[in-house]
Design a protein around this ligand. Sequence first.
Ligand code: GLP
Length: 243
Amino acid sequence: MLKIIKVKNYEEMSKEAAKIIAETVKARPNGVLGLATGSTPIGTYRKLIDMYESGELDFSELTTVNLDEYRGLTGENDQSYYYFMHKNLFDHVNLRKDASFLPDGSKANAQEECKRYEELVKNLGYADLQLLGIGRNGHIGFNEPSDVFEVTTHCVKLTDSTIDANKRFFESESDVPREAYTMGIGTIMHARKILVIASGVDKALAVRDSFFGPVTPKVPASILQFHQDVVVVADEAALSLSN
Ligand code: GLP
């Protein structure tokens, strides 16, 4: 079942998303939380940090898994998702140091790394809740538009649209990695609950095509229409093309 929650703006989206995540963490304090990167979840993480600081939320028994990571970047690189997660969440809450997992961008053998990460997520029992942002082209994680839905963790070549969208974080476009590791569509769909967040007019087309159009690998997020428990928290601008 797909539920859409329309909110006013980014701030309201962040509050609502953090509230939903907090409910899951409180219900299963030793569960698995699936996390995402990008500018969209930063406000949500800020709210979760506030809840931790006020004593409302405890991360001490929780395990986290992240969706994706650039291939070729080590954790020390400030553009890696490892770095992003530490800076925006992990360093500010009481998660155990060995309880947060991401694909390892520094591994030379892509096939082995994909297999290792898929097994790891599977052995954890997959996510209780997976948080997702959405790419301008409807991608989730780094599952780019394609002719097929890739099921398990795999290595992708990033599309020009994604390289263009992500270049703002790098010194120049040529510094943006061309490849990334990402959970597959199947890995994501195994999550018991999926929370999609979207803000801004840049996401309006992706939101419309993902949740109000046909299910197709050309719009990877559209597969979420087949999941039994999806909540989309989107602001007015992101929903401006959807009725
Ligand atoms: C990246 C990430 C996605 C994210 C998307 C949108 O490509 N791999 O997981 O959802 O960007 O990012 P933003 O939230 O910055 O728009």
